[in-house]
Ligand binder design. Structure first.
Ligand code: ZN
Ligand code: ZN
Length: 361
């Protein structure tokens, strides 16, 4: 891993030289972790185009930084951006300084600007590190695979004992607990468990609603392991599914299969979305699919690329993304099936180790 961090830093430094920047101030915690290995909550990373990166953190993290980080570490008692600015003021050769404009608070930006000499230019940068993060290394894919295995096992266990009149919030808590028991650091997002017509809300919140016989169950769950997120959705029904549910679920699986078959290096992200959408359109369900077909994931649960309408970005081997078409009908309920997959040299590999048939409880 140590050499992976220094390789990543070198690639960012090369980007900076190409953009004629002298340094980059990194403020987004996942980006700091990606480049340095530091997992604490308070840090700033200064990456010069030439020379060694420096991680700034406060005394609470001194020991942790020494353990985790292979670049230089500076422990500061003052606001970290002030410490960075003071160093930049001394290093006269660093004049054009990039910063993560989408990842810094406005007040922090203002204090940074104020602390820097007027001769230093602050140049807004977007997605510099996020672009690099899109393609995962083998070690990252393995972390996501293990994170996915934990979420899947928890899902299987909890589904196996799920019966009316369980409550949504209870089941969600049970999933969180199982994932922790299986070794997860935490849940990747607020676990979603929705019953019946409540499942028509793609990101509904589990509440006190109790499961009734005949109702749908939507479970959307993910773990975090070694910082890496996983994400999956499975569906169940309490009792025998009726004809409408069977038909819609078949269409949904067909849409997901169409998207999965589209996945390979060189394909534009928007084409994967189109493949899923076309199946739903053919069945008159286009309006019932209200979100994009998938998203990248890694150190964050939602990251680039987005598999959305008209996205031109071309997929590359090593990208890890979700494929999650859905059908939502207000007043009736919602269906979604979601896998985490990695793009391979000639297609994709599904990392979610569970079947996709509708589970009958
Ligand atoms: Zn999900
Ligand atoms: Zn997702």
């Amino acid at each position: 891993m140590v050499s992976e961090y220094s390789q990543r830093l070198e690639r960012i430094a090369a980007e900076l030289r190409r953009s004629r920047l002298d340094a980059l101030i990194v403020t987004a915690p996942p980006n700091i972790r990606y480049l340095s290995g530091f997992t604490g909550s308070n840090a700033v990373l200064l990456v010069p185009a030439d020379g060694e990166a420096v991680l700034y953190t406060d005394p609470r993290y001194e020991i942790q930084a020494d353990e985790e980080v292979s670049c230089a570490v500076k422990v500061s008692r003052k606001p970290l951006l002030k410490a960075v600015a003071a160093d930049l003021a001394r290093r006269r050769s660093l004049r054009r300084i990039g910063f993560e404009s989408g990842r810094i608070r406005y007040a922090d930006y203002l204090s940074l600007r104020e602390a820097l000499p007027a001769s230093r230019a602050l140049e807004p940068q977007t997605d510099l590190i996020e672009r690099l993060r899109m393609v995962k290394s083998d070690a990252e894919v393995e972390a996501i695979r293990r994170s996915m295995a934990i979420a899947a096992e928890a899902c299987q266990k909890v589904m196996a004992s799920l019966r009316p009149p369980a409550r949504e919030a209870e089941v969600a808590a049970e999933l969180d607990c199982q994932m922790r028991r299986l070794g997860a650091e935490k849940s990747a997002f607020e676990t979603i468990v929705l019953f019946g017509e409540h499942a028509a809300l793609p990101h509904g919140r589990p509440g006190p609603r109790a499961l009734r016989q005949g109702e749908l169950v939507l479970v959307d769950v993910g773990a975090v392991l070694e910082g890496y997120a996983s994400d999956m959705t499975r569906m169940a029904v309490a009792g025998q599914p009726n004809e409408r549910l069977r038909r819609l679920y078949r269409v949904l699986l067909e849409a997901q299969r169409a998207a999965l078959e589209e996945l390979r290096p060189g394909v534009r992200a928007g084409m994967v979305d189109r493949a899923a959408r076309r199946v739903l359109e053919r069945h008159g369900l286009a309006d019932c699919f209200v979100h994009s077909t998938g998203h990248g994931l890694g150190l964050e649960v939602h990251e680039a690329p987005r598999l959305g309408k008209g996205e031109n970005l071309r997929l590359r081997a090593g990208m890890v993304i979700t494929v999650e078409p859905g059908i939502y009908v207000e007043g009736w309920g919602g269906l979604r099936v979601e896998d985490t997959v990695v793009v391979t040299s000639n297609g994709c590999e599904i990392l979610t180790p569970l079947g996709k048939e509708l589970i009958v409880l």
